[in-house]
Design a binder for this molecule. Structure first.
Ligand code: C5P
Length: 232
């Protein structure tokens, strides 16, 4: 019987970066390592939750601990379409959903079924917008379900970071939005993270500068408070 303040909760966490195929050997991707999402899943499981971790592409070894945890089921996906299908399927039965995955906003129209050849000249990639998975989850949410989003933002300073975060929180309609500042150096492929968590009033309910695990713990403190309020 699991102990911990998340015991009895079923949660879904997404992590990693989606890849959009161009041809059988190439893709459009992003620099997400998947570490923050893995830490969010591990923290939840250690606090008693039953966790589904849906992982797009992650760095080597990032899923090792999660894969060994008996309370975590890991599903691997690649493209945004696959991530959406797996997430929508798991979300229905979830009390809390945390979308940490770095989702490609665009995919390639007309994916080539053969390797594009240099002799054919520089390809012109036509991009089409992907569905916003998070928006779909918010729309399909049932009473008592808590939805948390992440946003990696480049910003000149904290003021701009918070302004962008609050606008995105409102636009996405999530209960909590975790914002982290990224740049060429910061945020990616790193063990530490500064994470600012905003609630529906735009208030900062957590501000952690530490390991991704510490950020994950603070996020769950905030999510549990919101969830307890929602469930009553
Ligand atoms: O708008 P932006 O991509 O910054 O929003 C980030 C949040 O939205 C993350 O929680 C991410 O997982 C989610 N997202 C999504 N589907 C998309 C794009 C982003 O669920 N197509």
């Amino acid at each position: 019987q699991p102990h911990g303040d998340l015991a009895g909760l079923t949660v879904t966490v997404t992590t990693g970066g989606t890849r959009e195929p161009i041809d059988p050997v190439r893709y459009l991707g992003n620099r997400s390592s998947g570490r923050q999402g893995a830490a969010v899943a591990l923290a939840a499981a250690d606090r008693g939750a039953t966790v589904t971790l849906i992982a797009a592409h992650v760095d080597d070894g990032v899923l090792d601990a999660a894969s060994r945890h008996t309370a975590i089921t890991v599903h691997r996906v690649s493209s945004t379409a696959e991530l959406k299908a797996a997430t929508d399927a798991a979300a229905a039965a979830s009390d809390v959903i945390v979308m940490v995955a770095a989702v490609a906003d665009y995919r390639v129209a007309g994916v080539s079924d053969h390797k594009l050849r240099k002799e054919d000249g520089a390809p012109r990639l036509e991009l089409v917008e992907n569905p916003d998975i998070l928006a779909g989850l918010v729309e399909a949410r049932h009473a008592g379900q808590t939805v948390v989003g992440f946003a990696a933002e480049t910003a000149a300073d904290d003021g701009e970071l918070l302004e962008r975060g609050r606008a995105k929180r409102t636009r996405k309609g999530v209960d909590l939005l975790a914002v982290n500042r990224v740049g060429w150096e910061a945020g990616f492929e790193s063990g530490t993270n500064r994470l600012v968590v905003l609630d529906t009033a735009g208030a900062v309910v957590a501000d952690v500068d530490g390991s991704k695990r510490e950020a994950a713990e603070a996020l769950w403190d905030a999510a549990l408070a919101v969830h307890a309020g929602r469930v009553g």
